[in-house]
Ligand binder design. Structure first.
Ligand code: SAH
Length: 254
């Protein structure tokens, strides 16, 4: 039995799209409110509610809040990236957790993209795989592991676009994520706040091969303010990064 009726989800989602004031999203409203996208997004949220009752996946359990704080907070940054000419074939979501932004992105992007979710918690990646199968998200795969370890192996410098939402403080996050980005590619960080973090992360960005970020401000429907930071990779990350987790955490670059 379903936790969330499809019609109820569609009503909440379409209302949230209308309430969002971001012009980049409005430009994609028609495409992203088609029946195929709505069906996939509904299945993602339905499975999230179902699994969240059994193990810790998200603190947000009210359907309207899931739509606003998870789905729209994944799709508005995607619209901003598209609006700014970011075209990525290979995408890695570091610390994907219950699959945000990974799963909503897969629901609305063309199937020829390759989206990978990475998380150190096996249960979360099982949830990602289950959701991908249930919602028919053929472009999604999941990897269990620690970012700082996998970034030293064959995933290094392989992705056009790397994302992370709510994973770590920015200087730490840059060290975890920058090594995965191809030269010429992009790291997009989702932040609830961040002006002081951007300043504290300046040295890390420079050392890891990233530019200073372009900063986009947006609001979720209802008004919560968010930041999207877009770093471009202009030089390879030096081989001695990322370091071991204890070092990254106890002695962040800068
Ligand atoms: N991006 C999701 C989840 C955020 S919670 C969202 O916005 O809803 C942070 C997630 O990052 C957790 O699931 C945790 O297991 C994962 N994580 C934290 N540090 C990690 C690391 N070093 N490598 C891989 N995953 C990590």
């Amino acid at each position: 039995m379903s936790d969330l009726a499809r019609e109820e989800f569609a009503r909440l989602y379409l209302a949230a799209l209308d309430a969002a004031e971001e012009p980049a999203l409005a430009a994609r409203r028609e495409l992203w409110s088609g029946s195929e996208a709505v069906e996939k997004l509904w299945k993602i949220c339905d499975r999230l509610l179902d699994n969240a009752r059994r193990f810790n996946l998200t603190a947000i359990l009210e359907p309207g809040e899931i739509v606003r704080k998870h789905v729209l907070d994944s799709l508005i940054p995607l619209a901003l990236l598209a609006e700014n000419g970011v075209e990525a074939r290979t995408i890695l979501d570091v610390g994907t957790g219950a699959g945000f932004p990974l799963l909503p992105w897969a629901a609305v992007l063309p199937e020829n993209r390759r989206l990978t979710g990475l998380d150190s918690t096996a249960k979360k990646i099982s949830h990602i795989r289950e959701c991908a199968a249930y919602a028919g998200l053929n472009s999604v795969s999941g990897i269990v592991g620690r970012a700082e370890e996998l970034a030293c192996g064959k995933m290094r410098e392989k992705y056009d676009l790397v994302t992370a939402r709510a994973v770590a403080d920015l200087p730490v996050l840059l060290e975890l994520c920058a090594p995965f980005v191809k030269k010429g590619g992009i790291f997009a960080a989702f932040k609830a706040r961040g002006e002081d973090e951007i300043t504290r992360a300046k040295a890390a960005a420079l050392i890891l091969g990233l530019t200073e970020p372009d900063v986009f401000r947006y609001a979720l429907p209802g008004g919560d303010a968010r930041l999207l930071l877009l770093y471009r990779k202009t030089a390879p990350t030096p081989k001695n990064y990322p370091r071991r987790w204890a070092e990254i955490l106890n002695h962040p670059i800068g």
